[in-house]
Design a protein around this ligand. Structure first.
Ligand code: SF4
Ligand code: SF4
Length: 500
């Protein structure tokens, strides 16, 4: 049975503008465009187009447009076009549907239903251009009380901390799922900005050991590329228990992507599938997790904070409470809109909960139990702007992880087909001719620009509230109001409604 349905996108070529230079043909790794020597015209196979916008962006005469096809099945409020096409695809392939990047379904985005306060008359606002504003944050366990030496001097011995110049850093993306040049852009930008990037579960390429002071090394269930020097290389170690895009399941990087450097960095043979099991096979309880946390601390002489990353799921507050008691220094929570290089579509679109609700529930639970200072909280899973960062910090986060926003800064056009390995923007690919399309120096510059722009906006938003330091904003829910939310939602978020 062949898949017989009209392509999702149409290539619209303005024939008056097209000069048949064949740039589009060379730029499209999906082989949509071709030159027809008989007619002297460019032709298109639209069924292959994923709307990545590469050809549109590089066409020198702006002759191209990609539009969503308006060819539709008969209207049906229950059976949407996408649902029908998915049935056809599964009937054709017999397989699990795969997708990438974040959940695109129309669930509520709570960030867009939360408004930020501004000072008027009393508690005046602060002008961030003229007055100092502190955006630096430290992640790690904080002492529960002030302690002094016998001679009265303050004790400054703190457990290991991560110092960030601003409350944003780059989330885990493995070498293999993204390209060498994408990793290099992230590593060099993190160094320049005074923040961190995260290796993901693919090990650390030998060229990037020099950026260790700005690197978080990840230990996932597959333990790819994990050995003593790797643990030593990073500023912190992250145990990945779960991921927002695919909670409860493992990972799978196909053998076709395990080539050359990727295979060496992961320490697995070329061509073998890199399968991360769903669970860590040595962790079935908080006590087991504690053993891994302390093994990692022990092997790095208690010099590095240990992060435990989990997906935001239904009982996240209780899970976080357990992690805080496991000896971890930092908890990273990943919401259900978090991106990924490849995930089963059903999991991505139906499993997990929004990060906004998870964060509010976790922060409140840790406060209620008197253990909030035992851990720092990082949140990720679709942090899209400086306003989302400010709202997250006011809801209780110490810092945010960004990944999709960082990839957008590198040129990603969110076509959501990373799993094919044909990323025309040189990001989610290992094909050398595509990888070289991303210049890591330009990539670094764009990442630095994005983060600096957000830093300015964070300062402006804080200044408007009359707050001059991130520390004073953290958990300050009085600065937030909900709009159009139910009493139950407001209760979970711990904020009042606008007008109250
Ligand atoms: S896949 Fe991308 S480059 Fe190819 S035709 Fe579609 S938009 Fe253009
Ligand atoms: S990284 Fe590449 S393949 Fe993935 S969504 Fe972005 S443009 Fe598409």
């Amino acid at each position: 049975m062949a898949m017989l349905f009209y392509p999702e996108f149409e290539v619209v070529r303005n024939e008056y503008r097209c000069i048949a230079c064949r740039v589009c043909e060379r730029q499209c790794a999906n082989e949509v465009h071709a030159f027809d020597s008989e007619s002297g015209l460019m032709v298109s196979d639209e069924s292959r187009c994923v709307n990545c916008q590469r050809c549109v962006s590089l066409c020198p005469t702006r002759a191209l447009k990609i539009v969503k096809s308006d060819c539709a099945f008969r209207e049906n409020a229950n059976w949407h076009d996408d649902t029908i096409k998915e049935i056809y695809k599964q009937a054709y392939s017999g397989g699990v549907l795969l997708s990438s990047m974040g959940n695109p379904a129309p669930f509520p985005v709570y960030w867009d239903k939360i408004l930020i306060n501004a000072s008027q008359v009393t508690n005046p606002s602060i002008d961030p251009l003229r007055e100092p504003m502190e955006t630096k944050v430290f992640l790690g366990k904080k002492p529960g009380k002030i302690e002094r030496e016998q001679d009265g001097k303050l004790k400054f011995d703190l457990p290991p901390q991560l110092e960030l110049s601003m409350p944003v850093m780059f989330s885990a993306m493995s070498y293999g799922s993204i390209s060498y040049n994408a990793h290099k852009s992230l590593a060099t930008a993190a160094e320049k900005l005074g923040v961190y990037y995260n290796t993901g579960e693919g090990g650390l390429h030998e060229d990037f050991y020099g950026y260790g002071e700005n690197t978080i090394v990840q230990v996932a269930s597959g333990r790819f590329g994990v050995y003593k020097d790797y643990l030593e290389a990073g500023a912190a170690i992250e145990i990945k228990m779960g991921q927002g895009a695919k909670p409860g399941i493992g990972g799978h990087l196909p053998g076709t992507k395990i080539v050359g450097d990727v295979s060496r960095t992961r320490m697995i043979p070329e061509g073998s599938d890199a399968i991360s099991p769903a669970p860590h096979h040595d962790i079935y309880s908080i006590e087991d997790l504690r053993q891994l946390v302390y093994s990692l601390k022990e092997s790095t002489e208690y010099r590095k904070p240990v992060i435990v990353k989990v997906a935001a799921v239904h009982n996240i507050a209780a899970i976080a409470s357990g992690i805080a008691r496991s000896g971890a220094d930092i908890i990273a929570i990943d919401g259900f809109r978090g991106g990924t290089g490849a995930a089963p579509t059903r999991i991505r679109d139906n499993v997990g909960i929004p990060i906004e609700l998870a964060l509010a529930a976790v922060d409140q639970r840790l406060r209620d139990e008197g253990i909030r200072n035992n851990v720092s909280l990082i949140v990720g899973g679709s942090i899209r702007s400086a306003a989302d960062v400010v709202k997250a910090v006011a809801l209780g986060a110490d810092a945010c992880y960004i990944a999709t926003a960082a990839l957008l800064a590198l040129g990603c056009h969110l076509c959501r087909t990373c799993q094919t390995g044909n990323c025309n923007w040189g990001i989610a690919t290992q094909r050398p001719e595509l990888v070289k399309r991303l210049n890591p120096e330009i990539g670094r510059e764009h990442l630095v620009n994005l983060m600096n722009a957000w830093r300015h906006e964070i300062k402006e938003l804080m200044g408007g509230m009359g707050i001059n330091a991130i520390e004073s904003l953290r958990g300050n829910r009085l600065m937030l109001r909900g709009i159009g939310l139910t009493d139950r939602e407001l209760k979970i978020l711990g904020i009042s409604h606008a007008g109250e």
